[in-house]
Write a protein that binds this ligand. Structure first.
Ligand SMILES: C[S@@+](CC[C@H](N)C(=O)[O-])C[C@H]1O[C@@H](n2cnc3c(N)ncnc32)[C@H](O)[C@@H]1O
Length: 293
């Protein structure tokens, strides 16, 4: 299997499940990003890695009378199917919607120059090579067109990943070691870059203005305890990459031992100490970047 087919497989259960926690985490950031945009009538909009279509759905609801023309691109057929269902109603407002099941780089390579007024990439940069993506987006945008990015802060994610792998190594009996070489071979580790590096790549891709708030949008959700947090993290954020690492029959022990390990070693998850059995608040710092051609 290639990394792409892995990704498609792994998004299957995610597409099926409506994950209310993930939605709660990203909704605030999506609002904050879209509220600042002003979109003209008949705009041509491309949503890269559109998932189940939330970004487009929100734009359609905000600009009911604008007769917008949307193209949503996603690698996962399951996500595209979900988006089709979600966006069916919106067509009645006169918006035009086209959903394409394809790799976003491939799509950009075949679309024309100066085609779009707006391109969005919400929570996509962890999966693609930004240095390849950004110049292609620039070409596809009209002059003055905008590229809107939402992306989690890489430090916090990488720190969590580091702790996760350390724990896996310390407790080999709880893990499925066979899946690790595949992860390494397929390079399915997060490709999220530090903010400064992302901004640099946008400048290099010849965007004329690049704006980002230095401070990320802090979205948070509360869990009854750290074990519930780890269970959610594993089946949502990490599911795409690491879903086979934990053995099915030792899953609960893994989460319990991991929560105790975090507490014992005083590991903070985005500044929040872990206390076994106590309520736990998880914060996800999300950057919103807008680049103009
Ligand atoms: C975390 S989800 C975000 C979905 C949506 N943008 C949102 O904000 O809810 C990432 C999406 O990117 C898609 N994806 C990952 N790599 C891709 C690629 N190379 N081309 C197109 N879509 C991709 C996944 O299938 C998934 O639906």
């Amino acid at each position: 299997m290639t990394a792409d087919t892995d990704l498609i497989e792994m998004y299957k259960p995610i597409a099926r499940r409506h994950d209310t926690i993930t939605e709660k985490l990203v909704r605030k950031a999506r609002h904050a990003a879209l509220i600042k945009l002003s979109i003209s009538k008949n705009s041509n909009i491309l949503d890269l890695g559109c998932g189940s279509g939330d970004m487009m759905y929100e734009l359609m609801s905000r600009y009911k009378k604008h007769k917008l023309c949307f193209t949503g691109v996603d690698l996962s057929p399951h996500m595209i199917r979900k988006a089709k269902k979600k966006l069916k109603e919106a067509k009645k407002n006169g918006h035009h919607i086209s959903l394409v099941c394809r790799d976003c780089i491939e799509h950009l390579e075949t679309c024309g120059e100066y085609e779009y007024d707006l391109v969005s990439a919400a929570f996509l940069l962890s999966y693609v090579d930004s240095s390849e993506l950004f110049p292609l987006v620039n070409t596809a945008l009209k002059k003055g067109g905008k590229f809107v990015i939402l992306t989690p802060s890489d430090n916090h994610l990488k720190n969590l990943e580091k702790v996760f792998f350390k724990f896996v190594m310390l407790y080999p009996s709880l893990s499925n070691w066979g899946s690790i070489p595949k992860i390494i071979l397929n390079k399915t580790f997060s490709r999220t870059l530090p903010l400064e590096k992302t901004l640099k790549l946008l400048h290099e891709a010849r965007f004329s203005k690049v704006k980002s708030r230095r401070k990320p949008i802090m979205s948070h959700v509360r869990f009854d305890d750290p074990v519930s947090f780890l269970r959610w993290m594993y089946k949502s954020v990490w599911a795409v990459r690491y879903s086979n690492i934990i053995r099915e029959d030792t899953k609960e022990t893994f989460f319990n031992e991991a929560a105790k390990y975090l507490e014992k070693n005083n590991v903070k998850v985005v500044n929040e100490p872990v206390r076994w059995g106590k309520p736990f608040k998880f914060t996800m710092p999300i950057y919103n970047i807008v680049a103009e051609k």
